[in-house]
Design a protein around this ligand. Structure first.
Ligand code: SF4
Length: 428
């Protein structure tokens, strides 16, 4: 390779496409035709963009312009329907992307029970609907969410009906970096370090590749998206934000159906609140005090809980929006009743919910699974304190689709037969 990076249409936004067609002397509406072809039809070659004149397509090809989704190198299908994709890019790097036909069991906007409960909560009369303003201190909406959650448990019987595919829970979990630099002590991805950031086109490309493979297409099909695969999205902020815009404006996925999870990059949380187009916010909490969090998540030494909670409280929530706090329960480390009480205190009065994830042990990780009693006890303390709290259901254990072991599990699973052992389940 001569060092010239081919220019891909996948990843270009409307402004860049307008500039591209203007440079070629073509009328401005060609930009919209390209947007449609790249993001809605998800074409694999310039020849497929039949709305463009042949001469224009030939010119693009001569200039080294390419189009097409990244390659699905491997695909593992779980007994529960979850599909784990290994998606490769031009430089040989790869990431994992996970398709969960029934959601991931608890993320905001993913169509799961927890999210549906919260959506109904948003429709409860009297909820603060002031849009991008300070968060409500009113306890009534939280009580309403608790009621909705209970109603949802009753309704959940319907989920087993034969036509449940129409409930639209499908969620795609995407990666934002190859590896991760954040070094959370309970996460196998952290062991790899970070190799590089993904471009906006590579982030969007994961979604396009999975949509094509699953033969679904938003907005007709209700697809939810979580930025919870490999990497810390807020350490690849510009590409992540651009990808979010393309997913909304190009692919057609609604903002309210997307959630990004951060380990707590406080300055970017504040920047993110000011974005015109953005997913919902989830924060990886995982500890109830600074000493414990600094041990589990070294970045807490830079941005401690006081700074993190201040950014969360200041975050400009929209109508029908709440913050999700994710908490990986590590047996006998952060799962005691006093930890739950400290978490309740941290979140007091905030418009938020908590997703609990019970860790599954993994090689190289010195933590153990909490007992079911500890998980339930933790949940009950938070609920009794008025914090809507859900336990996330594991997805795709048999194919290593559990988020915290992404990439590492590629190395395991690319052996002839994926070993059937308990998968490590961490938060992201
Ligand atoms: S949990 Fe998330 S932020 Fe932490 S190391 Fe793993 S991938 Fe990175």
């Amino acid at each position: 390779m001569g060092g010239i990076v081919p220019l891909s249409l996948l990843g270009m936004d409307r402004e860049e496409l307008v500039a591209l067609v203007a440079q070629a002397g073509e009328p401005g509406y060609r930009a919209q035709q390209i947007m449609e072809s790249v993001y809605r039809r998800r074409v694999e070659s310039l020849d497929e963009i039949s709305t463009l004149p042949q001469q224009f397509r030939d010119g693009l090809a001569r200039d080294g312009v390419t189009v097409g989704t990244p390659q699905i190198e491997k695909k593992f299908v779980s007994v529960d329907g979850t599909v784990r994709y290994l998606i490769g890019f031009a430089d040989g790097q790869s990431v994992e992307t996970v398709w969960m036909p029934e959601g991931d069991g608890g993320e905001a906007g993913d169509g799961s029970e927890a999210a549906e409960a919260a959506e109904r909560f948003a429709e409860v009369p009297g909820l603060n609907s002031s849009g991008a303003k300070a968060q409500s201190q009113n306890r009534e909406p939280i009580a309403a969410l608790k009621r909705c959650a209970t109603q949802n448990q009753i309704r959940s019987v319907d989920r087993h009906s034969p036509d449940r595919a129409s409930t639209g829970r499908s969620t795609i979990c995407i990666s934002s970096q190859v590896g991760c630099a954040v070094d959370c002590q309970f996460c196998l991805t952290a062991l790899l370090g970070v190799k590089r950031n993904l471009t906006a086109g590579e982030i969007v490309g994961q979604v396009c590749a999975v949509l094509k493979d699953q033969k679904v297409s938003p907005p007709e099909d209700r697809i939810n998206l979580v930025f919870m695969g490999m990497g810390e999205p807020f350490l690849n902020y510009e590409n992540f934000v651009k990808a979010s815009r393309l997913l909304v404006e190009g692919v057609g996925i609604a903002e309210r159906r997307m959630t990004v999870s951060t380990a707590g990059i406080v300055p970017r949380i504040r920047d993110f609140g000011g974005e015109a187009i953005r997913p919902k916010l989830a924060i990886s909490l995982n500890a109830s005090n600074d000493a414990l969090r600094a041990r589990l998540m070294p970045l807490n030494k830079k941005w401690n809980l006081e700074m993190l909670m201040a950014a969360a409280r200041d975050f400009p929530l929209r109508t029908r929006e709440w913050i999700t706090f994710e908490y990986v329960l590590l047996g006998d480390v952060n799962d005691a009743p006093e930890h739950a009480r400290e978490v309740a205190e941290l979140l007091r009065g905030m418009r938020c919910k908590v997703n609990l994830i019970a860790l599954n042990p993994g090689p190289g990780i010195d933590f153990k699974t909490p007992s079911p009693e500890r998980v339930t006890g933790f949940q009950n303390i938070l609920r009794e304190a008025g914090v809507p709290t859900f336990v996330r259901r594991p997805r795709g254990r048999d194919i290593y689709a559990a988020c915290g072991q992404l990439k590492r599990t590629v190395e395991v699973a690319t052996s002839p037969e994926p070993q059937m052992q308990p998968a490590f389940r961490a938060e992201r």
